[in-house]
Design a binder for this molecule. Structure first.
Ligand SMILES: [Zn+2]
Ligand SMILES: [Zn+2]
Length: 149
């Protein structure tokens, strides 16, 4: 017996069936729609953020002469951990940030917007553990695949 209801997808306005247990959490008909919305949020955020970075750039702490020297780059192929290290040097520790999605300030992680793990500052956003999981679930295994983890 079906206990759920039909809802309208917030992205494509298609009706879709929602089971009772996900009545509150489910807003989109498919992962594709969910991901589209996320992608837009992330891009909007990274645009907004660009201004902030300009102000902070060049203000490295004592002893941090050049980020490039701290990490042994192999071209763009720096590996998963190299990238995370680089992000922390450039943008600070994820734990000092706020989740761009829900505003949470606990269990923060750097998440990659494009899933291509670019060495590009606007390709990274702080997400809390839970939102990060939600985000990555759409493309689970991208990092594993790319970096042979
Ligand atoms: Zn939809
Ligand atoms: Zn969050």
């Amino acid at each position: 017996m079906k206990k759920g209801i039909y809802k309208k997808c917030l992205e494509c306005s298609k009706d879709f069936y929602v089971a009772q247990w996900e009545l509150k959490s489910r807003k989109y008909c498919s992962r594709k729609c969910f991901h589209k919305v996320w992608g837009r949020k992330m891009i909007a955020y990274s645009h907004k953020r660009k201004g902030i970075y300009k102000i902070n750039s060049g203000s490295f702490k004592k002893g941090q002469t050049s980020n490039e020297k701290n990490i042994n780059w192999k071209g763009d192929n720096v590996g998963y951990f190299g990238l995370h290290k680089w992000i922390e040097l450039e943008l600070g520790k994820s734990k000092d940030k706020e989740c761009v999605y829900c505003g949470n300030n606990k269990n923060l992680q750097w998440a990659n917007v494009s899933w291509e793990y670019k060495r590009q500052l606007d390709d990274w956003i702080p997400l809390c553990y839970w939102c990060h999981r939600k985000y990555d679930v759409n493309n689970w295994g991208a990092a594993t695949h790319k970096f042979n983890l």
